[in-house]
Design a binder for this molecule. Structure first.
Ligand code: PMV
Length: 315
């Protein structure tokens, strides 16, 4: 028996970093996916194949002994084999369209698609249970994950998230396109979050004002999303970018990418932790090719994406 599942990546549209301090953020799933297939095998091994390498290990190893980035898959397979008390090995195949480690939710999409494909080999599992499993798996690599990424990858669409109230789905279906361009500067989310904490501690009042402004901006954005007001959304992206500049998570390369995007899109900003990673530019169908061309001409790795409304899909 073979079980297959796929889950989308994500971008943070508004509110990164400020969300750590209680402000609402807006995330959306994108139509770039990770697909995972899993099957039980007779050999006493958990074998994982992916485009970033392979992992072959017998079941029942302590998770701390696994050093591979494929650890969440091992964790999920082991957990399910143990839970169902079965004497089986497993073969897992991972295929991804999402660039790794640039804040596009590739690890969350892996955990969600992995949790679905692996658990469904043993029993029917609800989306809610899959999400819980996925968050547990993601914690094996990012201990402090808020779970927001796995949530949006599971349910798809746009959602608002804040620390106190958790997530809720936004029912707007705006028809924008995003152009996502990669700075190819590696970043560590943890290190950048720590830098922002330092900035906050040195500038308490300024930071508190920025949180208020970001909060207002997000509330305005919720109305603009409902009205499909792309021009308004683009302006707010640029405004959000200014706040991100102020807290020190931008750099010259990211700024020049945002400037380039401004020539042909409604607006652009960093998405995710910053310091490197990706920027997003907001555009509509008619102008999409122009924006992509502009980045390609300057040799940036870039691609277009739309909101994914489906979320987790199982086959
Ligand atoms: O780099 P990403 O896309 O995983 O985003 C991190 C988002 C932060 O707000 C910077 C941190 C967080 O935990 O919310």
């Amino acid at each position: 028996m073979k079980s297959k599942a796929s889950a989308p990546g994500k971008v943070i549209l508004f509110g990164e970093h400020f969300v750590v301090y209680g402000v609402k953020a807006i995330l959306c799933a994108i139509n770039k996916r990770v697909t995972v297939s899993a099957s039980k095998i007779h050999e006493n091994t958990i074998s994982i194949k992916s485009n970033i390498g392979d992992l072959n290990m017998p079941p029942n190893k302590p998770i701390t002994e696994i050093k591979s980035p494929l650890k969440p898959f091992y964790f999920l397979a082991n957990k399910m084999i143990e839970k169902h008390n079965q004497n089986t090995g497993m073969e897992i195949l991972v295929q991804s369209e999402i660039p790794l480690g640039v804040g596009l939710g590739s690890s969350s999409a892996c955990c969600v698609a992995g949790a679905a494909a692996i658990s469904r080999l043993f029993s029917e599992t609800s989306k809610k249970e899959i999400l819980e499993l996925a968050i547990e798996a993601e914690r094996t690599i990012f201990q402090n994950t808020s779970g927001a990424d796995c949530t949006v990858c599971t349910f798809g669409g746009i959602m608002e998230y804040d620390k106190k109230n958790g997530f809720s789905k936004i029912n707007s279906e705006p028809n924008f396109h995003l152009v996502i361009a990669n700075s190819e500067i590696e970043h560590s989310t943890e290190a950048i979050v720590a830098n922002v904490k330092q900035f906050k501690e040195k500038n308490e009042e300024k930071f508190s004002n920025l949180c208020k402004e970001e909060s207002e901006l997000v509330n305005n954005v919720l109305v603009l999303l409902k009205n499909n007001d792309l021009s308004g959304l683009g302006k707010n992206m640029l405004k959000n970018q200014e706040y991100l500049e102020t807290i020190g998570i931008s750099n010259e390369k990211l700024r020049s990418m945002i400037e380039l995007a401004q020539e042909s899109s409604f607006g652009a900003k960093i998405t995710g932790a910053g310091g490197g990673g990706c920027i997003i530019a907001l555009t509509d169908e008619s102008n999409l090719e122009n924006v992509v061309e502009q980045f390609k001409k300057k040799n940036y790795e870039c691609f277009s994406a739309k909101i994914d409304f489906k979320g987790l899909d199982t086959f």
